[in-house]
Design a protein around this ligand. Structure first.
Ligand code: MLT
Length: 386
């Protein structure tokens, strides 16, 4: 018989699966219960009509013998890579350093192949649970949590990391909503370069930043191209959680200790594990970057932020976030995050317990403003009683 790998022995279920299960159980117990789902950050505002038109157009090409396309460039359509470079990075990133993918969660997983099992990992704590999960599933054992708490204003302290690490940074942060300043990111890049580390920067929520002084990309920081990979997503601000489209920036300047190219290694991994993003998703992505859809996106961002402000205002406890990212991070003031989660679930409000994002998330609860506004209004009535 084959042996189970050590990293599958941990029977812990992925956070959002656990929440789905708890939701199901409450519904089974009380079929009449009304559920207001502020759990997973799943989008609810319909797509921009021009994006849907682009998908339809692409789909009809597929039934035409002369328009049909099969496999395309594994790394993504050239025109989309160029458009991302132009619109999101103002031409500061070359198209061939942009790799189109089926969403950042898949990139988070594939990136693991760039590093051997012995590489120490550093994670903001709390943070998006897929980083830790994918590190575990690829057998990484040396994991350091960088607590981001009220005390340090949710800013990670890297000073204890002296050897080269793979450091994950998510800003604006999921779940705390905290955005690192330019100075914070300069310090992080300086540290990364000094220790020969590599940064994985996640800008999934970059479009939600309301203050132009706050960086939405690590490449706004000098030196980052020599030490950082950046993950981008069409999920949250464009509403592509179901369509699936993301990208990873892997600069050519990134090198391993032996001076071999990380960019070339990434090409090998992508070509081996992936056959390119769906042609429909790529056509949608291209349309999403056109002017009309960009305007639409601004309204979408505003609506989600308004939802989270509405939720925030209904809560009598100390809260964070909701300013530059549609998550509210509630300080439970000593109550355990699972106890508060269960208590609210019994009343029909689905939340996410802070502990699910890391040890420093204990004592906090996350609310997602990505829910529909009417759902947020109903949920806020219940939340005002906690
Ligand atoms: C979250 O709710 O933290 C995320 O939206 C989940 C995800 O993007 O996979």
């Amino acid at each position: 018989m084959i042996t189970q790998p050590f990293y599958l022995k941990d029977k812990e279920t992925y956070l959002f699966q656990k929440i789905e299960q708890a939701k199901k159980e409450v519904k089974q117990k009380n079929p009449a219960i009304k559920i207001w789902d502020l759990g997973i950050g799943d989008t609810t505002i319909p797509l921009c009509p021009s994006v849907c038109e682009a998908i339809k157009k692409e789909a009809s090409k597929l039934q035409d013998p002369f328009g049909y396309t099969g496999y395309e460039n594994t790394f993504g359509r050239q025109i989309l890579r160029e458009k991302i470079g132009e619109v999101i990075y103002e031409n500061h990133i070359a198209a061939d350093e942009i790799f189109i993918s089926d969403g950042s969660k898949c990139d988070v997983a594939r990136v693991q192949h760039l590093f051997d099992r012995e590489l120490p990992i550093a994670l903001q704590d709390p943070v998006y649970p897929a980083y830790l999960g994918s590190c575990h599933l690829s057998g990484k054992k040396k994991i350091t949590f960088l607590p981001c708490t009220k005390k340090n204003h949710f800013t990670p302290d890297l000073s204890q990391l002296q050897e080269p690490h793979l450091i994950y940074i998510c800003s604006p942060n999921n779940p705390t909503g905290h955005v690192l300043t330019k100075k914070d990111l300069e310090n992080i890049v300086f540290h990364t370069l000094r220790t020969g580390s590599l940064l994985f920067f996640d800008r999934a929520y970059g479009d939600f930043i309301q203050d132009q002084e706050l960086p939405s990309s690590i490449y706004q920081i000098e030196g980052a191209k020599s030490c950082a990979i950046e993950s981008g997503s069409f999920s949250k601000s464009f509403g592509f959680t179901g369509i699936r489209l993301g990208y990873l920036i892997v600069p050519k300047a990134l090198l391993y200790a032996d001076k071999s190219s990380i960019h070339e290694a990434w090409k090998k991994i992508v070509a081996t594990l992936f056959n390119g993003a769906s042609n429909l998703a790529q056509a949608a992505g291209l349309a999403a970057l056109e002017k009309q859809a960009q305007e639409y996106k601004k309204n979408v961002v505003r609506q989600y932020l308004n939802n989270s402000l509405l939720l925030k205002k209904s809560i009598k406890k100390n809260t964070f976030g909701a300013e530059h990212v549609p998550y509210v991070w509630i300080d439970l003031d000593q109550e355990s995050s699972f106890a508060a989660f269960s208590r609210l679930l019994e009343k029909g409000v689905v939340t996410t317990p802070g502990i699910g994002f890391g040890p420093s998330g204990e004592g906090f609860l996350r609310l997602s403003g990505f829910a529909r506004t009417d759902q947020c209004i109903e949920a806020s009535k219940i939340l005002s009683t906690i």
